[in-house]
Design a protein around this ligand. Structure first.
Ligand code: ATP
Ligand code: ATP
Ligand code: MG
Ligand code: MG
Ligand code: MG
Ligand code: MG
Ligand code: MG
Length: 269
């Protein structure tokens, strides 16, 4: 802060190492819940996908985007969320530790702060934690491949979990039997089990579970009613439309071209 007084101890600052992120690269911060396998069990998450938990993750990610600077897109699934800072960001002089810890702490405190909105009276039993890492991507292709990698991971895990829990919950198998049944199966085999044995079409399962959650800033027209006073002193409601920039959630494919063609502002030259 403003206190410029020097002491003989000041030299210890020189022990700090430089962790400036390379210029011109997208800075990705990925968070992952610490030991959430246990956290999910202790908080009785519904298997395989607890929508309260997903909602809370997304709410916390929204808080990160709204409170911190320069995040252009975020992608989340399971207990993880990735945040992408624009490549020209100079926030905190691009210091990796500052960016990562601000993301992790804003996310963690929001997770606790908004817990009740999603879990109601069910108590939060202990303070959850999230690890963070920073990765730099120098090209749009690399960044898109990173996001594709996370969405592919979501797809593979969700397909496995969907079949696994269907075999257990609707097929009467034990978890060990379900595990054995799925050993060595490919995506096509899993689709087939779901379809022929349980009449489930994987592709019509909920998009939030199959595709994860993508958050972006979008300008949209919003209409609100405002109470105004007329010249004659009478009060009346009028509709006011204005364009507002807000964080919006998508549960769509982000691997292919259409999403990026529809939102050309996310990636820079
Ligand atoms: P930055 O985000 O850069 O850290 P900052 O506003 O947090 O900005 P600091 O240099 O960290 O700046 O200073 C923290 C400030 O918080 C103090 O200057 C003081 O005003 C306030 N503060 C912190 N703890 C207390 C406390 N226990 N009692 C009163 N004020 C406090
Ligand atoms: P680590 O600390 O190494 O990350 P972890 O136990 O968190 O260990 P992950 O690989 O991150 O392991 O897996 C997260 C686990 O959290 C999932 O396997 C699942 O059991 C649980 N989980 C997370 N989100 C949900 C959800 N929305 N619904 C149900 N289970 C969930
Ligand atoms: Mg301080
Ligand atoms: Mg401070
Ligand atoms: Mg992990
Ligand atoms: Mg985890
Ligand atoms: Mg995880």
């Amino acid at each position: 802060s403003g206190n410029m007084a020097k002491s003989k101890f000041d030299y210890v600052r020189n022990f700090e190492t430089d962790d400036t992120c390379l210029r011109n690269c997208y800075i990705v911060v990925r968070l992952d819940g610490r030991n959430f396998h246990k956290f999910a069990e202790q908080h009785t998450f519904i298997k395989p996908n607890d929508n309260r938990a997903l909602g809370l993750m997304t709410r916390s990610a929204r808080s990160v985007m709204e409170e911190l600077e320069d995040i252009v897109i975020a992608y989340g699934q399971s207990d993880e969320f990735s945040f992408v800072f624009k490549r020209t960001s100079t926030w905190f002089k691009r210091r990796a530790s500052k960016l990562m810890t601000h993301v992790a702490s804003q996310f963690s405190s929001s997770y606790v702060f908004y817990w009740k909105e999603f879990f109601g009276e069910q108590p939060l039993l202990y303070p959850p934690g999230f690890d963070g890492r920073v990765v730099l991507y120098p090209s749009n292709r690399n960044l898109r491949d990173y996001l594709s990698w996370r969405q592919a991971d979501c797809h593979i895990n969700n397909m496995y979990n969907t079949v696994f829990w269907t075999l257990v919950q609707n097929g009467g198998l034990t978890t060990t039997q379900a595990e054995d049944r799925l050993k060595g199966t490919l995506a096509a085999d899993k689709n087939e089990i779901l379809f022929s044995e349980f009449n489930i079409n994987y592709n019509t399962e909920s998009a939030i579970h199959r595709k994860g959650t993508t958050l972006i800033w979008e300008k949209r027209d919003e209409t609100a009613t405002k109470r105004t006073k007329l010249p004659n002193g009478e009060e009346t409601d009028v509709a006011v439309t204005r364009s507002r920039r807000r964080v919006h959630a998508h549960h769509c494919d982000i691997i292919g071209e259409p999403f990026w063609a529809e939102h050309p502002d996310i990636l820079e030259e």
